[in-house]
Design a protein. Structure first.
Length: 534
């Protein structure tokens, strides 16, 4: 059976098992007991099918699926609040390899994982240390973990012990919130796949968050990143598996500047695709490897490997980070020679975020305008479909929703325009999805507004705007956007800066390709002139 097919079958087993045992899995200890039963040769008959499937797997794969079952047994609310998603073995192995390559000494250095989870990193490191000749007692004294879930901490300790083939001589993983417990030491390697999700300032301890976040936009993974750098010793390695939003998100500028002030950035790895890698994760994920000590030198080359995929004979691309420490860290161009040299501004196109936040102003959202009530039709993100003129349609796919206005507003679009989806999900093949608004919308109602999950594109030249929309819907442009942004939300700033072929180059290529936009976009990048249209 192919790897993807095997994973799908195991995930189906895990989900079925979790559903069948949900009534028993009411406490952390009960969940741990169910998962520990899977490690035994004989146990609960209700686990026999899943147990049999796991026994044929290598130890790291078996441990991963035991831990995954634990997460599936968690109540949905707890699972989401703790952001309990485990690191697959291929990724854990690759990250450990990168840490060793960066200078982590597997025979002598100590390790901390402040978000130990299913012990993916600590179990992998235990196996590597055992292979290097360390006895189980030495390994146990080098490894240190913190886990907020008591049952998961118990399970993780057992997984490490099974990897070593010996009971642990100390409590390797303690139970607690790493952001609140006292961590007295510093370590040669601090490695983590931390939880993510926004938290309020009332839930944040101390003032360290200011180094890595903005008020109102504090993410758990940024807090864990600060903690990891704080507890790495000088010259120690920090290895993080974190959402790619840190690379380019405007709200993560402080985090990028902080990292560069604390350490030499050695590698920024990309994990290709969420599907088939992380289970139920709705974020693109990156890997950060850094050496704590001196600040990152502006001209220093950083490696950009692909992590967790099949080994490649192609060497990782190396390039410097942007000059300003807070600027976005784009992935290297797929082919550095294919540079368009233009932006949306060269198409005469202006981009701005959608205006209306419906769940904050529900009283202004109406299904019908009455009397002299002033309002304009609302375009939802789901109304946007590439290749089809965009028309307003109600939130429930019936009728038209209107937004009322007491006075004139710049939010009302009264001219030719296009709309983009601002947030896409992992089931959509494209991140950039745009459509022209049907001219009848403005002629009938005098204008329209869009919700905040959209981006409005406007321009005085209708032909150039239509040309830009065709270009934005191509794979060539979508791939370039993904190189500069690792988040599912489209950034207006990054969209304005996105490298595009000049309008004349794309228009000419479109004629030569008989209207084939995909072929034309690729050709326009290959033959983009050195000068930009006036």
């Amino acid at each position: 059976m192919e790897a993807r097919g095997t994973k799908a079958a195991l995930l189906a087993h895990a989900r079925t098992t979790a559903r069948s045992l949900a009534k028993r899995a009411t406490t952390p200890q009960a969940r741990a007991d169910i998962c520990l039963d899977l490690l035994a040769d004989i146990g609960d008959p209700g686990l026999d099918v899943f147990r049999c499937a796991l026994q044929a797997l290598p130890v790291d794969e078996r441990h991963y699926w035991v831990g995954t079952l634990y997460t599936l047994l968690l109540p949905t609310k707890i699972r989401r609040s703790q952001a309990t998603y485990f690191t697959p073995p291929t990724v854990a192995d690759a990250v450990v390899d990168l840490a060793i390559e960066a200078g982590f000494d597997i025979e002598n250095d100590t390790v901390l994982d402040p978000a130990a989870g299913g012990a993916a990193f600590l179990s992998t490191l235990a196996g590597r240390m055992a292979i290097a000749g360390l006895n189980p007692k030495e390994v146990a004294y080098r490894l240190n973990g913190i886990e907020i879930d008591t049952g998961l901490a118990t399970l993780s300790g057992r997984l490490i012990a099974e990897r070593l083939g010996s009971p642990l001589h100390r409590e390797v993983i303690i139970t607690g919130d790493a952001l609140r417990v006292t961590i007295p030491a510093s370590y040669g390697l601090v490695i983590a796949n931390p939880p993510y999700g926004r938290v309020g300032l009332d839930d944040v301890r101390g003032r360290a968050w200011r180094k890595v976040a903005h008020s109102g936009h504090v993410n758990k993974y940024a807090l864990f990143a600060e903690l990891c750098f704080r507890h790495a010793r000088p010259g120690g390695i920090v290895a993080l598996v974190i959402p790619s939003s840190f690379r380019a998100g405007p709200l993560y500028d402080r985090m990028r500047a902080f990292i560069r002030s604390q350490a030499e950035v050695l590698a920024v790895g990309s994990i290709p695709g969420r599907d088939g890698v992380f289970i139920d994760v709705a974020q693109d994920i990156s890997v950060l490897i850094a050496r704590k000590g001196k600040a990152h030198a502006a001209a220093a080359a950083v490696s950009f490997p692909v992590v967790g995929a099949m080994p490649s004979a192609v060497a990782a691309i190396r390039q410097a980070l942007p000059a300003e420490p807070w600027d976005a860290w784009p992935l290297p161009a797929i082919d550095p020679t294919l540079v368009g040299g233009s932006t949306l501004a060269d198409y005469g196109v202006t981009a701005r975020a959608g205006y209306f936040v419906w769940n904050r102003e529900k009283d202004r959202l109406v299904a019908k305008l009455r009397g002299r009530q002033r309002g304009y039709p609302l375009i939802w993100a789901k109304n946007v479909r590439p290749g089809t003129a965009c028309m307003p349609r109600g939130k429930k796919n019936a009728g038209t929703d209107f937004v009322t206005f007491p006075d004139d507003s710049a939010a009302i679009v009264t001219g030719t325009a296009a709309v983009m989806q601002r947030t896409t999900n992992d089931k959509q093949p494209r991140r950039l999805i745009a459509a022209m608004v049907d001219p009848s919308v403005v002629s009938k109602w005098g204008g329209f507004v869009t919700e905040n999950h959209t981006i409005v594109l406007t321009g005085t030249d209708t032909e150039k705007l239509e040309l830009a929309v065709k270009l934005l819907n191509t794979a060539a442009v979508d791939q370039r956007y993904r190189r500069v942004s690792g988040t599912a939300a489209v950034s207006v700033t990054l969209l304005r800066q996105l490298d595009l072929p000049p309008p004349t180059a794309f228009a000419t290529a479109l004629e030569d390709a008989d209207g084939d936009t995909e072929a034309a976009a690729s050709a326009a990048y290959r033959h983009a002139p050195e000068t930009v249209d006036a």
